[in-house]
Design a protein around this ligand. Structure first.
Ligand SMILES: Cc1cc2nc3c(=O)[nH]c(=O)nc-3n(C[C@H](O)[C@H](O)[C@H](O)COP(=O)(O)OP(=O)(O)OC[C@H]3O[C@@H](n4cnc5c(N)ncnc54)[C@H](O)[C@@H]3O)c2cc1C
Length: 415
C-alpha cells in the first residue's frame, strides 16, 4: 500500500446500470476508479442465463437520454434498439378512471425511451473499457470494509485489498455492503410478483405505453422497437405463481382477458413470445444515503414498485448527482470522501427522489384500497387530473425526469 495515500480515488461495488454509469462519469473526469462486480464474465450479458429468461427492458426518461448523450453513448445506439414512447395511457379496471399523456401535448418528441437493459449496459461497458482510468474486476465480490479517517480499506473475495478515498455501494437492493456498514433501511414487501415477458400484438403499438390497474396490481405494456411489446404484469404473489405455471395458451387467454376491452381495442390480440420470469416486489429505503467516505446509489439506496418505471432512472440520477458533487469537490480542492461533500449528495437526492418514491408507493396503495366508493373517488381523481392541463403537465415533467434539481449532465442545453 502507498504511504502517500489511498491507491485509488473511488471503489464502486456493483457494475449494474447505476454502478457502470457512475464509473463512466467519474473515470471520464480523470479519477482513478475500480469497479468491482461479483458476477463473473461480461456483466452486460449476464441477464441471459441458462435457462433462457425474458429480455429485461426499461423505460428511460428524456433526462437519462441526455446523460447518455453526454457520455457519447446515445449517439452510438442502433436506432432499432430504441422505441420512443409517444403516449402513455393509464386506466383503472374497477372505477373506469383514465389518464392520458401525450408527447406532443407535453411539447416533447417522446415521453421516454424503451430499451433492453442489456443494450444500455453493453454500451456503458464499452465506454468504461475505453477509459484508462477505470479498472473493472468481475467475478470478485466486495467482502469487507473498514472505514478510517482518511481512507476506506476494501476487502475483496479473492483475498485482495484496495484502499480508496470514497467507496460507493451500487450493489443492488439486497446491498451486502449496506448491511455490512450497518445502515438500516425501512421497507415492506408488496406481496406482489411482477411477471416480465415479450408479447406479439396484432395491431401497430404506435409507441403507446399502456397500463391497466387490475384488482391485485397493474399490467403494463411497453412498446419495443421491433414492433413487439414487453409486459410487466404485477399480481398478488399467489395469482402470479399460477400465471407463471400456466402453459402458453392458458397464459395468453389470461393476458387477453386482463387487457380488457380498451387494451384489446388498442393492440388487438396479444400472444406471449418466449420465456416469462417473475420478480418479487418490495419497497425499501435506506435511512442514510451516506456515511463518511461511503455513498449509496441506485437500488442499494432505494427500491420502488416498477409501476412508474422509475427505479433505474432514479439510480442514474444518483450517479450523475454524485459524479457532479465529487467533480465540484475536486475543483475546489476538497476531499471527495469528506462528510461535507457527501452530505450535499445525500440532501440533494433525498429532497429530489423521496417525493417520487413516496408518490409511487401511494399510487400503488391507492389502487388496492377496497373501501366502498373508493374506486369511484379514484376514477374522479384520475379524470380531474386528465382534464386539468397544468396539473397534467407537472406530472408529465416529473415522470420525464425534467423537474427538481437536475444534475448538469442531464439538463437540456442552455440551462
Ligand atoms: C419488473 C421490473 C421492471 C422494471 N422496470 C423499470 C423501468 O421501466 N424503468 C426503470 O427506470 N426501472 C425499472 N425497474 C427498476 C430497475 O430494474 C432497477 O432500479 C435497476 O436495475 C437497479 O440498478 P442498480 O445498478 O442499482 O442495481 P442492480 O441492477 O441490482 O446491480 C447491482 C449489481 O451489484 C452486484 N453485486 C451485488 N453484491 C455485490 C458485491 N458484494 N460485490 C460486488 N458486486 C456486487 C450485482 O451482481 C449486480 O450486478 C424495474 C424493476 C423490475 C423488477
Amino acid at each position: 500500500m502507498n504511504s502517500a495515500g489511498p491507491e485509488t480515488d473511488v471503489v464502486i461495488a456493483g457494475a449494474g446500470l447505476v454502478g457502470a454509469c457512475l464509473a463512466a462519469l467519474l473515470g471520464r473526469s480523470g479519477l482513478r476508479v475500480v469497479l468491482v462486480e461479483e458476477r463473473p464474465g461480461k456483466p452486460a450479458t449476464d441477464d441471459r442465463p441458462d435457462p433462457p429468461s425474458p429480455a429485461r427492458v426499461s423505460t428511460f426518461t428524456p433526462a437519462v437520454r441526455r446523460l447518455l448523450e453526454n457520455l457519447h453513448i446515445w449517439q452510438e445506439l442502433e436506432t432499432d434498439a430504441v422505441a420512443a414512447v409517444t403516449a402513455m395511457h393509464i386506466e383503472d379496471a374497477d372505477g373506469g378512471g383514465r389518464l392520458r399523456f401525450d408527447a406532443a401535448e407535453a411539447g416533447a418528441s417522446a415521453l421516454g425511451y424503451v430499451m433492453e437493459n442489456r443494450v444500455v449496459a453493453e454500451a456503458l461497458h464499452r465506454t468504461i473499457g475505453a477509459l484508462e482510468t477505470v479498472e473493472l474486476r468481475t467475478g470478485v465480490p466486495v467482502r469487507g470494509v473498514r472505514v478510517d479517517t482518511d481512507q476506506v480499506r476494501v476487502e475483496l473475495g479473492d483475498g485482495g485489498e484496495l484502499s480508496t478515498r470514497l467507496l460507493v455501494a451500487a450493489d443492488g437492493a439486497a446491498s451486502p455492503l449496506r448491511e455490512r456498514l450497518g445502515i438500516r433501511s425501512r421497507g415492506w414487501s408488496y406481496q406482489q410478483t411482477a411477471i416480465v415477458a415479450s408479447i406479439e400484438v396484432a395491431a401497430d403499438h404506435r409507441g403507446i405505453a399502456w397500463q391497466r390497474f387490475l384488482a391485485d396490481g397493474p399490467l403494463a405494456l411497453l412498446p419495443l422497437a421491433d414492433g413487439n411489446m414487453s409486459i410487466v404484469w404485477s399480481a398478488g404473489t399467489e395469482h402470479a405463481r399460477r400465471l407463471l405455471e400456466k402453459n402458453e395458451q392458458e397464459f395468453d387467454t389470461a393476458l387477453n382477458e386482463a387487457l380488457g376491452e380498451n387494451g384489446r381495442r388498442l393492440f388487438g390480440t396479444a400472444r406471449c413470445v418466449g420465456p416469462r420470469a417473475g420478480f418479487a416486489l418490495a419497497y425499501q429505503q435506506a435511512r442514510e444515503y451516506t456515511r463518511p467516505r461511503v455513498a449509496l446509489v441506485g437500488d442499494a439506496a432505494h427500491r420502488i414498485h416498477p409501476l412508474a418505471g422509475q427505479g433505474a432512472n432514479l439510480g442514474l440520477v444518483d450517479a450523475a448527482a454524485l459524479a457532479q458533487v465529487v467533480g465540484e469537490a475536486i475543483a475546489s480542492g476538497r476531499d471527495i470522501g469528506s462528510t461535507g461533500v457527501l452530505r450535499r449528495y445525500a440532501r440533494w437526492r433525498k429532497a429530489d427522489g423521496l417525493p417520487m418514491i413516496g408518490a409511487v408507493d401511494l399510487l400503488q396503495r391507492s389502487f388496492r384500497v377496497q373501501l366502498p366508493g373508493f374506486d369511484a373517488l379514484r376514477a374522479l381523481g384520475m379524470r380531474t387530473v386528465d382534464a386539468v392541463a397544468p396539473l397534467k403537465n407537472v406530472l408529465a415533467r416529473r415522470a420525464m425526469g425534467l423537474s427538481g434539481e437536475m444534475p448538469v449532465a442531464m439538463r437540456p442545453p442552455g440551462i
